[in-house]
Write a protein of this length. Structure first.
Length: 516
């Protein structure tokens, strides 16, 4: 088979599913017997080392296409036909091509959010003369020469990714990684740790296809401009065993796991029989990094923390184009109010305006101080349950929420000048106490005359069950209360934060990482 410049006579002479012309390059077939054959486009072809990829997105790059097949083995040739939205990849072995086709039969590959189709080609080999194909060949050369799997470039796709962050000039948290990778599909479990003086993570997705998409899009990307470079590969593990939900490990399928208070190494199987197994699991050689869960910011990948709080001050690559407005849907029409949304979302950012839609009262727009705070709130509250409904939180296309003209509209509230914002003051301590929702709440600003029974009764009046309670020994103005469920905890945050326990004494509530 050869690749040559397209010409009018080629158009009529070449037929079949693999006979395409684009951008000055033409592919022709040479079957085993040397004779050309005609086929229908969707014919089931016999296994071949050449893979045929169709329905590529308009702006798909050569590197993205090559990465589709790279996990299955070495690629020896590539041809991009962008004008036809198609490509050809020649694998080094037939087994590698069979593995790729078998994998994508169960889950179609996705590029730039669009499904693409991968099948065997009718060609048994791919010969190109390089005409109009230099970029594809360069991408192939670069990727074949790189180590995309942290030293295991030939590992097959799995639902678990191993992530290494090189050039770590700024701290990276579990929340930041989850926010980045969950853009490509559902993240089930995450572990972060230090090994050999490198920040690493193991991340389990709902399926291998999602993991492959995340790997393909994020491998080699910088979290900050010019630093914190992601190296993403597949892990040999089949599942992650998460014992604790804290700033080192998280099981998003089991939100009620204890925090563990630093006991042991979270998320890794208990007993290892050899150093080889320890290496396989990515077990840290030194103690886990004690990063603050919110002491990081993302720039070049589009996620960062509130600049207004000082968390991101001086960090490179800040993105200002992220909308500060969230679209929140699947709310309880009977129970939800703007004030409750202000209280709940105010845990993760300063809420300026809340608007419950008049014609769709189970949906609201929430405007925060900036896009960074909106991203944090979305990453923590999307998928949480409130009043029997699973919250759906996403970024809005709007950049602001319009205030009511006369201020009388009940469904819209303006909190821009509220004195109840948690993070408006520079250097506020609140930024160090931002945790994911948990069944244990931290209470503050409790008057001296308020007893445990008073607090218990307060929570019971809204239908919450108190399982445990403890005043702080060093400061009785603070306490921990453990409720019956995570859903009750969100309800209590929405209804009881800022409730007045005494004249000018408002109860302050935060989610806690501790357990009683």
């Amino acid at each position: 088979m050869c690749c040559k410049a397209a010409s009018p006579e080629d158009e009529g002479a070449l037929r079949g599913p693999d006979v395409l012309h684009s951008g000055g390059a033409t592919v022709s077939t040479r079957e085993n017997g040397g004779e050309s054959k005609k086929f229908k486009v969707d014919v089931e072809c016999a296994p071949s080392r050449v893979l045929h990829i169709r329905k590529l997105p308009e702006h798909a790059t050569e590197a993205e296409v090559v990465t589709l097949a790279l996990p299955f083995g070495r690629i020896t040739n590539v041809l991009m036909l962008k004008g036809k939205s198609q490509a050809f990849l020649e694998m080094a072995t037939l087994d590698a091509a069979i593995a790729a086709v078998s994998f994508y039969k169960a889950a179609a590959p996705v590029l730039r959010g669009q499904p693409v189709y991968l099948q065997y080609s009718t060609y048994q080999e791919l010969n190109t003369d390089g005409s109009g194909n230099q970029k594809a060949q360069a991408a192939l050369s670069a990727l074949n020469g790189g180590d995309l799997s942290g030293g295991n470039a030939t590992l097959p796709p799995s639902s678990i990714l191993r992530i290494i962050v090189d050039n770590l000039l700024y701290p990276i948290s579990l929340e930041v990684l989850h926010q980045l990778f969950s853009k490509y599909g559902t993240v089930l479990k995450v572990i972060i740790f230090n090994k050999n003086n490198q920040f690493q993570s193991l991340m389990q997705f709902a399926d291998a296809a999602v993991a492959m998409q995340a790997k393909m899009m994020l491998d080699g990307q910088n979290i900050y401009n010019g630093c914190c470079t992601l190296r993403v590969g597949f892990s040999k593990l089949t599942t992650l065993n998460i014992k604790y939900n804290n700033d080192k490990s998280r099981d998003f399928t089991c939100p009620d796991l204890p925090s563990g208070d630093g006991q042991g190494l979270p998320g890794l199987p208990g007993q290892l029989s050899s150093s080889k197994e320890a290496s396989l699991l990515g077990l840290p050689m030194s103690s886990m990094s004690s990063m603050s869960s919110m002491a990081s910011s993302v720039g070049s990948l589009g996620v960062r923390l509130p600049m207004s709080t000082g968390l991101g001050a001086g960090l490179p690559g800040s993105i200002t184009g992220v909308s500060p407005v969230l679209l929140v849907s699947n709310l309880s029409v009977e129970m939800i109010t703007p004030q409750k949304l202000f209280n709940l979302f105010g845990m993760y950012g300063d809420v300026h305006r809340v608007k419950i839609l008049f014609n769709k009262k189970d949906t609201a727009l929430i405007q925060t101080a900036d896009g960074n705070q909106a991203q944090i709130a979305m990453s923590h509250l999307n998928g949480q349950k409130l009043y029997g409904k699973v919250l759906r939180v996403s970024a809005s296309r709007f950049l602001s929420v319009q205030a009511p003209r006369d201020g009388s509209e009940e469904l819209t509230r303006d909190y821009t000048t509220s004195s109840l914002h948690r993070f408006s003051k520079p250097g506020t301590r609140g930024v160090h106490h931002i945790y994911p929702p948990s069944a244990t709440l931290h209470l503050a600003n409790i008057p001296q005359n308020i007893t445990e029974d008073d607090i218990t009764q307060l929570f019971e009046t809204i239908g919450c069950s108190v399982k445990a309670f403890k005043f702080f020994a060093s400061d009785r103005r603070m306490a921990l209360v453990q409720l019956g469920s995570l859903e009750e905890s969100l309800q209590a945050m929405a209804e009881l934060h800022n409730v007045e326990l005494a004249p000018q004494r408002l109860l302050r509530i935060s989610f806690s990482k501790s357990v009683i």
